[in-house]
Design a protein around this ligand. Sequence first.
Ligand code: CS2
Length: 480
Amino acid sequence: MTDKSNQIQHITYDRADLRPRLLHIGFGAFAKAHTLVFHDEMLRHVEGNWGVVVARLNSGADELTELDHADCIYSVGEMSDTDLLLREVGAVVKTLHPMRDGVSALLSQISSPELAVITLTITEKGYCLSGDHLDLEHPGIDRDLRSSSRPTTSIGVIVEGLRLRQEAGLGGVTVLSCDNLPSNGHLCRRAILEFSRKIDPALHSWIETNCRFPCSMVDRITPAMTEASFDRLENALGRPDPNGILCEPFRQWVIEDSFASERPAWDLAGAEFVTDVAPFEEMKLRLLNGTHSFLAYLGALAGKETIADCMADPVFLTAARKLMLDEQVPTLEVPEGVEVSRYADSLINRFSNTALHHKTTQIASDGSQKLPQRLLDSIRRHLETGHPWPLSALAVAGWMLYCRGVSEAGDPLPVNDPLAGQYADFAADSDGPDYVRKMLSLSPVFGRDFPGSPAFADAVQGAFERLRKDGVLKTLSATL
Ligand code: CS2
């Protein structure tokens, strides 16, 4: 139903029927705009009892309380350059935050007989990985292993919740990662199994037998909300909504159809259930996210505030498309039926959406967690085949330059990353080749193989030097 006066799709399903059958951990901007919109859309097609409990573990307790004050209803504005389509989302039935409600409330939710699915948007760093394995030296993991009944990390919370399920004689659940990681379900499963093995081998084998960890590819550009965004939403709604979110119109969700028990019919909302997510995931992580990171670092250094600003510059636009088609596509197994140049053009079109004000500095965050799957996996392939990768080299060098925290014009750049302290130390006492060598020595980013590759180091050193000497725009132009 659409209310012509406000162009808003009001809730059409009976919320009284909803039961807490799904728990979402990491309920932030992306989950509001993506996962919960698919869920809301499904409920509009098939009224059922799939209600969602939403949780956050670290920040955001006040935001969840704000949502409680709105009866857990919030609005989503899907923005293009010309339109803003509004919908109300009523799928949330409860909010939980350990710092507000105690971790026991969250553990009880996981060990509730009604719970069937846990979805996660905890960002790349939420899995506490080192490479492809759980980082047992991660401070949160170390603390949770020593005090597993009072966990603080997502991994610790899920394992303790599953232990309570096992203790109560309940069945397993499906844990569905919705984060931008390659084989996200497999990585999530490995982190949880490696943690549980340390706690109790019997729990480890119970989880291995009774739970499922499907992979999924998620896609919807959802910039962080700003005061201007909330004003825009209020103008469209006719009232303020502190819980609301603005995002692009496009949304995609490709999910491995491997569930421990019942699953929501998200395909009624346009999600795709497949047997193998990998081709979809690699294409999206490398073409969309890899190009996003390329534009974020080089654009921010060159003074571009938003991704759309980069797209308005012919040099950046040409470079982005060239990176996608000449350097990322050759490393892909393209999903059947996908025409890659059309997919690349659709990404350029989405990046050009000026209404989003998607900041380069937002995408620049957590580069140490993003570079491996977005750019380094492709470069690894090029080093094996000898395929040229000049723009990818500029992206890595651009990230290193960005990590010094200053743009070409001398303006400060925010460096938000778990390794930010190390970057600052390196930048304080080195520059040029010595600085690059230090950055290349960061094993959480470059692993063990890259530092030993002279071809890799030489290419990144050369790109860094050119950026330093000629600046981003001139260097990009010379590379096209
Ligand atoms: C972005 C992603 O901030 C970032 O790292 O590249 O959030 C991107 O907007 C989404 O993956 C799009 O689906």
